[in-house]
Design a protein around this ligand. Sequence first.
Ligand SMILES: Nc1ncnc2c1ncn2[C@@H]1O[C@H](COP(=O)(O)OP(=O)(O)OP(=O)(O)O)[C@@H](O)[C@H]1O
Ligand SMILES: [Mg+2]
Length: 253
Amino acid sequence: MARRKKIYEGKAKILYEGPEPGTLVQYFKDDATAFNAEKHDVIEGKGVLNNRLSEFFMTGLNAIGVPTHFIKRINMREQLIRQVEIIPLEVVVRNTAAGSMSKRLGIEEGTALPRPIVEFYFKDDALGDPLVTEEHIIAFGWATQQDLDDMVALALRVNDFLSGVMLAVGIKLVDFKIEIGRIWDGDFMRLVVADEISPDSCRLWDVKTGDHLDKDVFRRDLGSLTDAYTEVAKRLGVLPTNVTHPTKPTLIN
Ligand SMILES: Nc1ncnc2c1ncn2[C@@H]1O[C@H](COP(=O)(O)OP(=O)(O)OP(=O)(O)O)[C@@H](O)[C@H]1O
Ligand SMILES: [Mg+2]
C-alpha cells in the first residue's frame, strides 16, 4: 500500500488515514500491555487474531442492528473503520465479579452478579483510567444524560449478544470493555461501538475448566496468550487454518 498518514499510534493499534473522508485504517499490532503499560511484551500473532475476532464480533453486532465503526477487513492486520469522535470513557459491563471490581469491593472472583453492572472509567493513562460516576461525566461535559442512557443501552445490547455467542462455544463472558464514539451527519449525531472487541478487552473463562482465555493469561503469567486467543478464534470458527504460523501458502480473502 502507498505511504499513508499515521493519525495515532496507541499501545495495541495504529490508526492511518483511510481511503475516503470519514474513514480510517486500523492496524492491529502484536504488542501486549497491562497495568497501564507497566508490563509490555510482543506476542507474535496477537494482532492477526484480534483483527479477525474484532471483525467477527463487530460484523455480528452490525447484523443485529447495533451500530459499530466496522466497515470491512482489509488484510491480516488491518480493517477499514468509520472515523468517530471517541467519548473519553471506557464502558465496562460485568456479569461476574473479577479483576478490579473484586479488589475494590472485596467480592471473590467468580461470584455471579445479580444483574449486569455497567461502569464508566475516564480514559486518561496519566491518571490510570479512574472509575467515574454519571455525575462526573455530566458535570465535566464528557457526555449528556441522553448520551449516557444511550451508552448503557448500547453496552447492554453488546453484552447480550456477546454473552450468547460465547456461551454457544462453551465460554463465559465475565466482563468486557468497549469504547463508544459519535458519528455526525450534519446536526444529527449517533453513537456507535468503536475501538475493538477482542480477548484483549474481554474476560473469557472456559465454562467447564474455568481456564482464562483472555488477556489475564498475559497479566497473570498463566501461559501462552496466542494459544488462548487461538482457542477462542477456533471455537468461533474464525480461524479455519493456523493463520499465525502457516506451514504452506494460505489463501487469505
Ligand atoms: N473509529 C474510531 N475513530 C477514531 N478513533 C478510534 C476509533 N476506534 C478506536 N479509536 C481510538 O484509536 C486508538 C486505538 O489505539 P490503542 O487501542 O492502541 O490505544 P491505547 O494505547 O489503548 O490508548 P488510548 O485508548 O488510551 O488512546 C484509541 O485511542 C481509540 O480510542
Ligand atoms: Mg486501547
